[in-house]
Design a protein around this ligand. Structure first.
Ligand code: CA
Length: 234
């Protein structure tokens, strides 16, 4: 919480309303009204997220998006575009330029806040995944995150991408128990929880265990909760 959010919006009423509601939710909004200042403000403030209006004085939202994504200092900051009805093609263009999501005006604050939360969550999950050390080991299992490779007693194991992500998440979390929802989030992406049943996790854990042969027993089922990975002492 308390993430800084840069709001680039020239319509003062909307900007103020968004600011007020972001504050209420515990975020720290920073307002910019002129498109010409947006990129510099993003580089300076290093916000966790940018809400970017399309039609702006100075520089329009699409051009700002292009510049933010081209600059290493700001390229990793997620962007939600605020578009008006009738700007459909701009919306598609914006997503093509690397914006993460869009909200069509007039939007409900509930919808906007839900999108903000979803994008921030998706990024924190990604960041956590990125923080995984390159190589993880337990017993005869060796997982190389960079090469996307798992070896068992030195021989490569053929895993599906989901099985690989599940194993990586479990091994990276040490002995911590992960719920099926958390595993879904890590291996399928955050929005998957809406479309994928948590039982799917069980199915993939089952095939993963079989492929890991004797070492499969390191993946411990925690009844009514989820799974954890047994490290060296198993
Ligand atoms: Ca505008």
């Amino acid at each position: 919480m308390n993430e800084k959010i840069l709001v680039v919006e020239d319509e003062r009423d909307i900007a103020r309303m968004v600011e007020y509601n972001l504050k209420k939710e515990g975020y720290r909004p920073v307002l910019v009204h002129d498109g010409g200042f947006a990129a510099a403000a993003a580089a300076r403030e290093k916000p966790a997220l940018i809400l970017l209006d399309l039609m702006l004085p100075g520089l329009d939202g699409l051009e700002i998006c292009r510049r933010l994504k081209a600059d290493a200092k700001t390229s990793a900051i997620p962007i939600i575009m605020l578009t008006a009805k009738g700007e459909e093609s701009d919306k598609v263009l914006g997503l093509g330029l690397g914006a993460d999501d869009y909200v069509t005006k007039p939007f409900s604050l509930k919808e906007l806040l839900a999108r903000v939360q979803a994008v921030l969550r998706r990024y924190s999950v990604k960041a956590a995944a990125g923080a995984v050390p390159g190589k993880l080991k337990a017993g005869t299992i060796e997982l190389d995150a960079a090469k996307v490779e798992v070896r068992l007693k030195g021989s490569p194991v053929e895993l599906t991408s989901k099985e690989f992500e599940l194993l990586k998440a479990l091994m990276a979390c040490g002995e911590k128990v992960l719920t099926r929802e958390e595993l879904l989030e890590k291996a399928w992406g955050v929005d998957a929880s809406l479309e994928v049943e948590t039982r799917t996790v069980d199915v993939h854990v089952g095939t993963l265990r079989r492929k890991l042969k004797g070492e499969g027993k390191r993946i411990i089922t925690v009844k009514n909760y989820g799974y954890r990975f047994e490290g060296e002492k198993a």
